[in-house]
Design a protein around this ligand. Sequence first.
Ligand SMILES: Cc1ncc(COP(=O)(O)O)c(C=O)c1O
Length: 404
Amino acid sequence: MSAAEASTTGSSRVAAAAQKTLSAKAERFTESVIREMTRLAMQYNAVNMAQGFPDFPASAEVKEAARQAISDDINQYAITWGAKELRDAIARKFERTQGVRADPEREITVCCGSTEAMMATMIGIINPGDEVVIFEPHYENYGPDAILSGATPRFVQLRPPDWSFDRKELARAFGPRTKAIIVNTPNNPTGKVFTRDELEYIRDLCLHWNAFAVTDEIYEHIIYDGTRHISMASLEGMRDRTITISGMSKTYSVTGWRVGWVIAPPDASTPIRKVHDFMTVGAAAPLQQAGVIALELPPSYYQKLAENYLVKRDRMLGILTDAGFRCFKPSGAYYIMTDISGFDFPDDLSFSQYLVEKIGVAAVPGSSFYDDPKMGARQVRFTFCKKESTLAACAEKLSKLRPA
Ligand SMILES: Cc1ncc(COP(=O)(O)O)c(C=O)c1O
């Protein structure tokens, strides 16, 4: 055997060995399409209406609190389940806004964003073979969360235009193996805010099948048209079977700070805390301290936040409608799901590629929110958590788009 042959054989052996050790779980999902669209937006110098991060400043008070915390040398590990002051502030706010009492010592865990809170929850409560009911379209992280935790997802459709669900279909998705249902309200990508009646129907199924409700309430303060956000934990019978997830990212426009939390009954908090501890140890200590100030902001802060987003929502609805999209008007969160049937493209992927490359606007192909890509082939999602100049640039670019 020549030296070249030997080295080829050697390297293919290394490749084969590496292949053998790669994770079968990680093989089952792709990189985030949303974050990939941000990369493409940068590559084509496009306006980024894909990823849900505000491009305007956070509140001066909250930023000053973070600066102060670093000056005060809050620079070492916080307690792994979160700085006490922040857990206390989370408990106060939950009681103030939803009327639900939580014990900061045993029921609240601060994580690196609600992303980690959801992953720690899933890994903490799921056994292989457990089923988790997930509404779709859904925030794309829930798919990998289910795979990595070993859950078998059972998808239930939210149907446009109002994104309601078929109650019989939901009931059929529950069974003796159901460990939990994930409810994201206000919802990304649809903008749906689940009504009390819908939540009560879900509650009854959880009680019947002895299942948890894991609720992602990260958009809890971004709601429109007099809609009310209702926490599942506030419903009778659900206090001890709801795992409520939220965080600072969206409410305080600090998506890069990575501070989120999970509120869960003590039995569920125990494994969640263990997973969290060994996964990340804890969220950034000075930013947790700034969270204490943020969570004590007066009601007027939240009112203003929702009012500002209402203006942006209506502006974006106008921009997209003028450009030829059929829009599904959101009642909450900061996304607009659209139907692209008015354009002559075979699917959402080819349309989104054309949009970012030729028109200069990045959006998210609808298929990334579904298990079966065909379900989202006529849909594209835009965010509007952007300053007016970004929305104006988006309007200008989209005016070049020609419906079929
Ligand atoms: C529904 C939903 N949950 C969680 C997240 C991530 O939140 P965090 O920044 O707290 O990890 C997002 C971000 O877009 C989201 O839309």
